[in-house]
Design a protein around this ligand. Structure first.
Ligand code: MG
Length: 203
């Protein structure tokens, strides 16, 4: 399986990063070794001094597809959850400055904790879903899918032009405003609505 991540998909986050909105979705990938499941801990990597949290809604692809049209994209995922797109912001800044790819800042081992998946059928409207991240009991990031610049169907259509989506692939759909650093000992808890779907301790 592979993990596809969408960048710059919430305008307030684009502003906090002092970045520019893009005319089409921007995406990058993480390998399977980035995945953390079932509440296992995240081990702070020794190559960074500034690992940031980015809480995101995650889609699980449930069938294979290529060149998926937007109108059919909804058939390619049944379950969603929240995940953390851990980012070594110091390394990313270096990459950006040099115009280099972001992989070492984004794709490292353990950089993609994901929560328990729930059925998208639990939601009347996929584009009014509130989600948030707490660290040590304090809310640090809050988002709502109403603010997505590129909705799930658009993302699936776009990415599948370039890359075949396969059953079991995950799509991180972008982070809202409020990214910031994590420290060893932090306890991260991520929610959709009031339902806690993800727990991850930083060790
Ligand atoms: Mg992200």
């Amino acid at each position: 399986m592979k993990i596809i991540c969408i960048g710059r998909n919430y305008s307030e986050h684009i502003k906090e990063m002092k970045a520019e909105a893009t005319g089409s979705p921007v995406f990058f990938m993480k390998p399977e070794t980035a995945l953390i499941t079932e509440g296992k801990p995240f081990f702070y990597p020794d190559f960074s001094k500034d690992v940031h949290h980015e809480v995101e809604i995650v889609l699980k692809i449930n069938r294979n597809g290529k060149n998926i049209e937007k109108q059919f994209a909804h058939k390619y995922f049944e379950e969603i959850t929240v995940g953390i797109d851990f980012t070594a912001r110091d390394l990313q800044a270096e990459c950006k400055k040099k115009g280099l790819p972001w992989e070492m800042a984004k794709a490292f081992d353990g950089s993609a904790p994901v929560g328990r998946f729930i059925s998208k059928g639990d939601f009347v409207n996929l584009y009014t879903i509130p989600f948030h991240l707490d660290i040590n009991g304090t809310t640090v990031q809050e988002g709502n899918t109403r603010d997505l610049l590129y909705q799930f169907d658009t993302v699936i259509e776009y990415v599948s032009k370039f890359i075949t989506l396969k059953q079991g692939d995950l799509i991180f759909t972008g982070t809202p405003v409020g990214v910031g650093p994590v420290s060893v000992g932090d306890k991260l808890e991520a929610f959709i609505g009031i339902e806690k779907l993800l727990e991850c301790e930083v060790k």
